[in-house]
Design a protein around this ligand. Sequence first.
Ligand SMILES: *[C@@H]1O[C@H](CO)[C@@H](O)[C@H](O)[C@H]1NC(C)=O
Ligand SMILES: *[C@@H]1O[C@H](CO)[C@@H](O)[C@H](O)[C@H]1NC(C)=O
Ligand SMILES: *[C@@H]1O[C@H](CO)[C@@H](O)[C@H](O)[C@H]1NC(C)=O
Ligand SMILES: *[C@@H]1O[C@H](CO)[C@@H](O)[C@H](O)[C@H]1NC(C)=O
Ligand SMILES: *[C@@H]1O[C@H](CO)[C@@H](O)[C@H](O)[C@H]1NC(C)=O
Ligand SMILES: *[C@@H]1O[C@H](CO)[C@@H](O)[C@H](O)[C@H]1NC(C)=O
Ligand SMILES: *[C@@H]1O[C@H](CO)[C@@H](O)[C@H](O)[C@H]1NC(C)=O
Ligand SMILES: *[C@@H]1O[C@H](CO)[C@@H](O)[C@H](O)[C@H]1NC(C)=O
Length: 534
Amino acid sequence: MRPVAPRPPLPALLALLWALLPGPGGAQTSVHPKAVIIPRGGSVVVNCSTSCEQHKLLGLETVLNKKEVASGSNWETYELSSVQEDTTPFCYSTCNNNEQSQAIMSLTVYWLPERVELAPLPPWQPVGENLTLRCQVAGGAPRTNLSVMLLQGEKLLSLPQPAGATPVAEVTATVLARRDDHGTNFSCRTELDLRPQGLGLFQNSSVPRQLRTFVLPEVRPHLAAPKILEVGTRASVTCTMDGLFPVSEAQVHLALEDQRLEPRIDRSKDSLLATARVEATPGEEGSHPLTCAVSLGNQRRSTQEYVTIYSFPAPNLTLSESEVPEGTEVSVECKAHAGAAVTLSWGPDGSPLPRAQTTLNATAEDDGREFLCSAMLVVAGEELHKHKTQKLSVLHGPRLDQETCPGNWTWEEDTPQTLRCQALGNPTPTLACRREGDRALLPIGDLRPVTRAISGTYVCRATSSRGAVTHEVVVNVIYRQSNLATILAVAGLIVGLAGTVGLAAYLYNRQRKIRKYKLQKAQEQAAMKLNSPP
Ligand SMILES: *[C@@H]1O[C@H](CO)[C@@H](O)[C@H](O)[C@H]1NC(C)=O
Ligand SMILES: *[C@@H]1O[C@H](CO)[C@@H](O)[C@H](O)[C@H]1NC(C)=O
Ligand SMILES: *[C@@H]1O[C@H](CO)[C@@H](O)[C@H](O)[C@H]1NC(C)=O
Ligand SMILES: *[C@@H]1O[C@H](CO)[C@@H](O)[C@H](O)[C@H]1NC(C)=O
Ligand SMILES: *[C@@H]1O[C@H](CO)[C@@H](O)[C@H](O)[C@H]1NC(C)=O
Ligand SMILES: *[C@@H]1O[C@H](CO)[C@@H](O)[C@H](O)[C@H]1NC(C)=O
Ligand SMILES: *[C@@H]1O[C@H](CO)[C@@H](O)[C@H](O)[C@H]1NC(C)=O
Ligand SMILES: *[C@@H]1O[C@H](CO)[C@@H](O)[C@H](O)[C@H]1NC(C)=O
């Protein structure tokens, strides 16, 4: 290789002239290669040759850096380096006969895009709305062989579109967002197709961007909460919403006034259920907004309900005394708490007032009486009731009379019977009934069966701290004569045997009948004594 001889630079005008004027026939300048494609910044060797035997001038005109690498009698080769853009160098020659000619070559550079970028997607895309994807491509050449396409996953969204001539090419595609698109990746791809030039297909892809789609229905969440809540009680509050997608991404905010509740959240196919407990504490009385907000994507739906917290203690029901002797005046008073009104179950009927009072003269019938005071409070249009009861104990008795302890029982022997005898009073009296004579105890209760042994006159005594009373109880048991004895007596008379025995039996029977008669007489007298007024 010999160094390139310094050559006076040709005026550009002359070069243009040469380029425009075709050389006369005969003399021919050739260039090889006529068209070439090289990577940007690369180099190429160009061979300029002439067909004339003798030439005055042979050269290559270019704006590029050139270096003569070899030459022959009618040719010269140059290396063009650092080729940055498309250019059209040309070879020229002047033969000795002053014939001039030139040959143009086309030098094309190729390079891959410097930037392939898919514009950021919205953080959340509502299902059913159009989404426009935008891809920007900066650089790359030759642009006529550069196409751009948008992809979802590996699926083409649009046919490859030419990148065009602008320095930054933009390609768009519109897709209707669906549920199925949630979580899919979108990307942009460029293809520089230089296969016809024998170089191949060069692809570049953008960083993928993941799409998140969502569905949040226009309806409000459904909030179920008590309208009213008593201080000191708890209630559960639920908030539900259906038709959510993706339900796993839905968030719930549940708050009473500005106090945030910590709900338990259950998610099913497409619905969400938030459950929380609210507790009404003293001092919170009043109406409070309860809010439930469901947010998904960049949207939010909320509902508000009002919960009225109230305090409603049971009324104060007081008896002047809860235990009194009969004949004492007792006053009953019921007081309601602020805002409530009371009615007493006992006493005059009347419209509810904050306070109700009555008095009564305690009788034995009032013992154990329950006084009921009912308070009523209206909270948020709802009528609430609370009750309080008090029991009055009236000291009375002891009482033991014909009604509580019948004084005359007449039964047949061997029949089942029930003997009733009860002493009444407060405090409960103790009762003891003993038979006159042998002081045997009166068998009170079920008698199965009645035996003649219980016959007799008993004196019952009821005793309590308030005194003692007595009452007589007569029990008669009727029984039949012994048939066997009669038969024996008759048989004795007829046969005439053992007359003594028959007589003895007869005498014995007679004696018994007399005894019995006497007993009956005595009992009748006793009963008459009991029944006659004192
Ligand atoms: C340049 O071209 C001429 C004419 O075609 C040829 O004779 C010569 O060998 C070529 N030079 C090189 C280095 O290829
Ligand atoms: C394009 O692809 C080529 C080769 O695969 C790589 O060297 C180049 O960095 C890529 N360009 C961009 C902008 O990603
Ligand atoms: C989405 O775009 C298509 C055309 O690109 C249009 O026909 C359709 O009405 C649009 N849909 C909505 C919901 O905007
Ligand atoms: C590349 O560009 C050239 C020149 O514009 C054109 O003739 C050729 O068809 C293109 N090739 C492809 C594959 O687009
Ligand atoms: C989408 O791309 C992310 C990383 O950018 C990857 O983690 C995820 O698996 C891709 N999703 C799909 C469906 O290909
Ligand atoms: C209560 O009633 C009894 C009997 O009816 C009567 O003797 C007494 O005086 C009354 N007491 C009062 C305080 O009214
Ligand atoms: C009811 O009784 C309680 C205690 O005995 C008292 O603190 C309260 O003030 C009373 N309420 C009314 C309305 O009198
Ligand atoms: C007891 O009852 C019987 C039968 O019921 C009756 O004959 C008798 O007169 C009564 N005696 C008295 C004292 O009431």
